[in-house]
Design a protein around this ligand. Structure first.
Ligand code: SF4
Length: 364
């Protein structure tokens, strides 16, 4: 039985990533079987509860207000709208609803209170609830936990070195701080990244060092392939090959053996055979639904058809950890503190992000 290690080095991870493919696949598949049922896949539905208008400058993101993309923004959804979508997701086999809001960070106030109510509502539908709302303070993470949140997503995106090439409006250390704040609660951590942003293989290994040396390691790790969106600074990035994706999934499975490795953005560019190889290499979770926040995703019925062909079944909720109890708002033991997370690199700029901003101004 492979053990969970928290001392992986970049060199060791690179050696794994660059193994002959058959050897890499065999090792990853063996470790996968030691820690998971290889015929079960966890299905999550990602809901964009507040789209667009984000003040950050993530170079891959069409929701950043400063770029010129075709994204239609929307204000925060109502609790009823979210409940209706969650029920639909449940009936089509999802065990988890992940709610994403295009915010830099959570702000205490009526909108956050509304999100807390969404968390309570979905938890009462006996589904795992995940949120991705940007940076959170410890107090905010505690309030989410108290409402019944199961997981919080906060991706590291890339290595610490390459992160600086893609995002200037917050630092890698800010990401780690939010993960640390979530870890102080009983909410599980979902954190992964994106490949195909122009990073080197060393950066992919660097990201896996950062994730695998967290103690405990994240309970889920989404691996995204960049979907290059017109109008963003990364619009001209070529799609990555399926072999990069398979290698990344297999390496993640080996160095973070107990996590759920989630195939996330970029699945529409992958064939069924490519996805099957990823499942063999240790992926055991997908996002379902025709949209991933704003980028396209395979139709749910296509996914269920693929599962049938591959003999895979969907995982029930709360297999890995017990369902949290939701405390009602009136019984909350936490006060609104109105805290603001600090920005660790206020004067930092990325040239290509600035260029995209100027181009967007001209087009407007
Ligand atoms: S990835 Fe998130 S934080 Fe970055 S611009 Fe998009 S919505 Fe904002």
């Amino acid at each position: 039985m492979s053990v969970v290690r928290h001392n992986w080095t970049k060199e060791e991870i690179l050696e794994i990533y660059n193994k002959p493919l058959m050897e890499l696949l065999y090792e990853a598949a063996t470790i996968h079987r030691e820690h998971h049922d290889p015929n079960t896949v966890q299905v999550s539905t990602l809901l964009s509860i507040k789209t667009g208008g984000c003040p950050e400058d993530c170079g891959y993101c069409p929701q950043a207000a400063r770029y010129h993309t075709d994204i239609k923004g929307n204000d925060l959804m109502s609790v009823q709208q979210v409940k209706a979508q969650a029920l639909r997701a449940k009936s089509s086999g999802s065990s988890r609803v992940c709610m994403g809001a295009a915010w830099r960070n959570v702000k205490d106030g009526p909108e956050f209170d509304q999100v807390l109510e969404m968390v309570r509502t979905i938890n009462k539908l006996d589904m795992e609830v995940c949120c991705t709302l940007g940076m959170v303070t410890e107090n905010q993470a505690q309030r989410l936990a108290e409402a019944g949140l199961y997981a919080y997503n906060h991706n590291l995106d890339s290595s610490e070195e390459y992160y600086k090439e893609v995002i200037s409006t917050r630092g890698f250390e800010d990401r780690l701080e939010t993960i640390d704040n979530v870890r102080k609660t009983n909410v599980t951590v979902c954190s992964g990244g994106i490949i195909g942003m122009g990073e080197k293989v060393e950066d992919r290994a660097g990201m896996l060092v950062a994730l695998s040396t967290l103690n405990p390691q994240p309970e889920s790790v989404p691996i995204n392939a960049l979907v290059a969106v017109e109008g963003t600074p990364l619009e001209e990035q070529e799609p990555i090959s399926i072999w990069d994706m398979v290698r990344m999934v297999a390496t993640t499975r080996i160095v973070i053996p107990e996590t759920q490795v989630r195939l996330s953005a970029g699945r529409t560019q992958m064939t069924r055979e490519g996805q099957a190889l990823c499942f063999f290499a240790g992926a055991n979770s997908i996002f379902a639904g025709d949209k991933l926040l704003t980028t396209p995703n395979p139709d749910v019925s296509e996914d269920m058809e693929m599962f049938k062909v591959l003999g895979l079944s969907t995982q029930k909720p709360f297999i890995k950890k017990m369902q949290p109890e939701s405390v009602e708002a009136k019984d909350s033991q936490y006060q609104h503190l109105g805290e603001k997370p600090k920005w660790s690199r206020p004067d930092y700029k990325i040239e290509r992000n600035e260029e995209a901003k100027q181009k967007a101004k001209i087009l407007k």
